[in-house]
Design a binder for this molecule. Structure first.
Ligand code: SF4
Length: 740
């Protein structure tokens, strides 16, 4: 009988009954790692990088325990989407690959069926059948029976939870065990059977050692309700009242729906939200919880934990909250402020009074502004972006939201201060947080008292369902301009964007060969200004021609530059405010010549995702294929492209890779994690920059200097015919809070 190990982390807390039911029906012995202990926290060091949230590190710890327990197989399903409308958190999607690569688990011992009901709805059963075959069960009838047994076990589990058992209690009941009553925690707590306390948090945090047994501590004060006690239909119905709420990540959508259900139906008197430090999805969810709790008058406590969180501090906050929170008048039902809130159209001013504010990502704003002006829409210009922009964003932004959202929020406040009454923002919901930016930014800005409208652009694809709403937004934003005028305007703005990106590619090259440092940058600066002023194609072409001539006029010499590839999250890659103008820092080093290569740019993103450019599609597939030994599931953003781009770098003539990501960026945290092994196996030096509002330019420069010195040394060694394998790949990591 094969021994199959299941780590007591992550999806164990949501789907273990299904896993156990399936594996045991196939005759396997299921081995679950023991409950987390101090020893488990030590094993978290098995996680190759420091960036992931504590939940990922716990999964590493539990899986490495199973390694030492000598199980035959590791059951590590790819949990991508369990509901056709949404995904799971990118870190959960990437967990199997992080464990496989980070712990060096041989494929032969990893059982990894894939559950992706959103993009590959019909495939999950086939992948479970493949697992059955690897466990020696090829009989389809037996596999079907095992899946049915698993489904029945899962349904029993959900029923026990709805009947008021917590996840561990329901699992114990399924296994014929009773969970022992916990010891008494607080001498101060005065039990009040009438007090109802709602607790919402990831089960893999709440019921793990790092959750400090919160549920049982609160049971000493009153009756506790947890999210798993709310049935899926109710939670889904409630969260769907939020604009595109059904697209919220599955687990977090259930949490939020449960919270809405409790608050809107006066089912709790207190609410406690438990989050992991740096949790991506909760940095979005908490805003909607706060809004609903404020409107309901129900006291809310948000607790954030990680492996460093001390029990004493947490207990003090809990006791203070329980002792001092007023008993809300929860008899009166009330209308939620979030009900059916759409981001568009608010009863904003009539089209003729529109004053549009365009946030930016690199030079994209120049193109968008040109389009709006060509449509006759008044556009408010952004001021020079800098420290003030970041401070304004930080003032309103949730603690662990990704940095791009912070700077965009700051830009929005600067635009509103300059008289904008319409803010443009993209909105397409995918695996990462970008799709929720617009709704959270609107919520935060309105809560602060700003009046405006925020038409958010969703993808026009699939045209059958999305073209109508998309066209409606375009028409409104264009001030009611005719379609022929809108198309002409788009072409004009697009021309500017394309030339800006082309111009930047030339700049990256000229920096590497120019005789006089900075000459190319000055020429590019003049080109950008001329392009921005251009209000005809003739002006645009003249600006472009002039820039090319200026470059050709710059004296150059053969400098034998280093070649460095820049990969990472698109906003951080393209926005100098956030990346500290890193490409310029690297490309204009005195005494060191570097040609920075970056494939990602605004115009190519558009060509690939809107115009479906075949050349770019082939390149994307090639890069993702190169990533696949390390990342088999797409985790959103440009995670796969970062891994593939780094793996291909040595083969494509690069001396090193710069990996840029915003603090807490989920897809890039997964990429960074698997890149540890990839860097060693492909002998490619990678310098990772994790950018946040604490990023200091001096620190960036220090790191760049050390990295370029290493690349030059490696090149010298390579050219002397000696191998560089074994030389430090220089996988330097620089956390934003290492301020210097
Ligand atoms: S970021 Fe949040 S949702 Fe994602 S794995 Fe970590 S704790 Fe879970």
């Amino acid at each position: 009988m094969p021994r199959v190990g299941i780590p007591r982390a992550f999806s164990y807390y949501y789907f273990y009954p299904f896993y156990r039911g399936f594996l045991e029906a196939l005759g396997a012995e299921v081995v679950v790692s023991p409950r987390s202990s101090r020893r488990t926290l030590d094993l978290m060091q098995a996680c190759p990088t420091d960036e992931p949230c504590v939940s990922v590190k716990l999964c590493f710890a539990h899986t490495s325990w199973l390694q030492s327990a000598g199980v035959d197989f590791f059951f590590l399903p790819y949990m991508v989407s369990v509901d056709p409308a949404n995904y799971l958190c990118p870190k959960m999607i990437g967990m199997t690959d992080m464990l496989r690569v980070g712990l060096g688990l041989p494929d032969a011992r990893v059982l990894a069926p894939t559950v992706d009901r959103k993009d590959r709805p019909g495939q999950w059963e086939r992948t479970f059948t493949e697992v059955a075959a690897r466990l020696g069960v090829g009989d389809p009838a037996r596999v079907r029976a095992a899946l049915e047994a698993a489904g029945a076990e899962q349904a029993r589990f959900r029923r026990l939870c709805r009947e008021g058992l917590t996840v561990p209690e329901a699992i114990a009941r399924l296994e014929g065990r009773e969970v022992p009553r916990p010891r008494r925690y607080s001498a101060r707590a005065r039990p009040d059977p009438g007090l109802r306390i709602g607790v919402a948090g990831h089960a893999y945090i709440l019921y793990d050692l790092i959750g400090h047994d919160l549920v049982n501590r609160l049971r000493e004060y009153g009756r506790v309700f947890t999210a798993e006690m709310v049935d899926d239909e109710t939670a889904a119905r409630e969260v769907a009242t939020l604009f595109e709420g059904e697209k919220m990540w599955y687990i977090e959508g259930h949490l939020l729906g449960a919270v809405f259900h409790w608050l809107r139906n006066c089912l709790v008197d207190r609410l406690v939200l438990l989050e992991a430090f740096e949790c991506g999805p909760m940095s979005i969810v908490e805003n909607f919880v706060q809004e609903e709790a404020d409107a309901s008058g129900i006291p809310l406590l948000i607790l954030t934990v990680d492996e460093q969180t001390g029990e004493a501090g947490l207990v003090t906050r809990l006791e203070a909250f329980m002792d001092t929170s007023p008993r809300a008048d929860s008899r009166t039902l009330r209308v939620s402020p979030l009900l059916h809130t759409t981001v568009f159209p608010q009863r904003g001013p009539e089209p003729r009074q529109l004053r549009a504010g365009v946030v930016t990502m690199g030079s994209l704003e120049v193109g968008v502004r040109a389009i709006l002006q060509e449509c006759g829409v008044e556009v408010v210009r952004l001021p020079h972006l800098g420290k003030e922009t970041v401070e304004l964003g930080k003032e309103l932004a949730p603690e662990f939201i990704c940095f791009p959202m912070v700077t965009l929020l700051g830009e929005m406040r600067q635009l509103l201060a300059r008289g904008a009454n319409m803010l443009l923002m993209v909105m397409g919901k995918g695996k990462c947080r970008l799709g929720w930016y617009a709704q959270v930014q609107e919520l935060l800005l309105r809560r602060y008292g700003y009046q405006f409208e925020m038409p958010a652009f969703n993808s026009p694809f699939p045209l059958r369902t999305n073209w109508g709403p998309f066209a409606h937004v375009v028409k409104h934003v264009a001030g009611g301009a005719s379609w022929p005028r809108i198309i002409r305007a788009f072409r004009f703005g697009w021309r500017k964007v394309v030339l800006m990106d082309e111009g930047e590619r030339l700049l990256q090259r000229w920096r590497a060969f120019e005789d006089e440092r900075g000459a190319a940058d000055r020429a590019y600066g003049r080109f950008l200004a001329a392009l921005d002023r251009a209000d005809s194609y003739r002006d645009i072409n003249r600006a472009w021609q002039h820039y090319r001539e200026e470059l050709e006029g710059i004296p150059t010499r053969d400098t034998d530059p280093l070649h460095v590839r820049a990969v990472g999250e698109i906003y951080v890659l393209l926005e100098p405010l956030v990346n500290k103008d890193l490409e310029k820092i690297v490309g204009t080093r005195v005494g060191q010549r570097v040609w920075v290569h970056r494939e990602l740019c605004a115009s190519d993103w558009f060509r690939l995702h809107v115009f479906c450019d075949r050349r770019l599609r082939r390149r994307e597939e090639y890069v993702r294929h190169a990533a696949s030994p390390y990342l088999r599931e797409l985790v959103g953003g440009h995670g796969a492209e970062s891994v593939g781009g780094a793996v291909l770098a040595p083969r494509e003539g690069m001396d090193g890779v710069l990996h840029l990501m915003p603090f807490t960026c989920m897809p890039e945290i997964v990429a960074q994690n698997v890149l540890v092994r990839a860097a060693d196996e492909h002998d490619v030096p990678i310098l990772t920059f994790i950018m946040s509002e604490q990023t200091g330019e001096a620190g960036v420069i220090t790191r760049v200097e050390a990295f370029l010195d290493l690349l030059e040394e490696r090149r010298r060694v390579r050219r002397s015919g000696r191998a560089t394998v074994g030389m430090p790949t220089g996988r330097l990591e620089w956390r934003a809070d290492e301020v210097s």
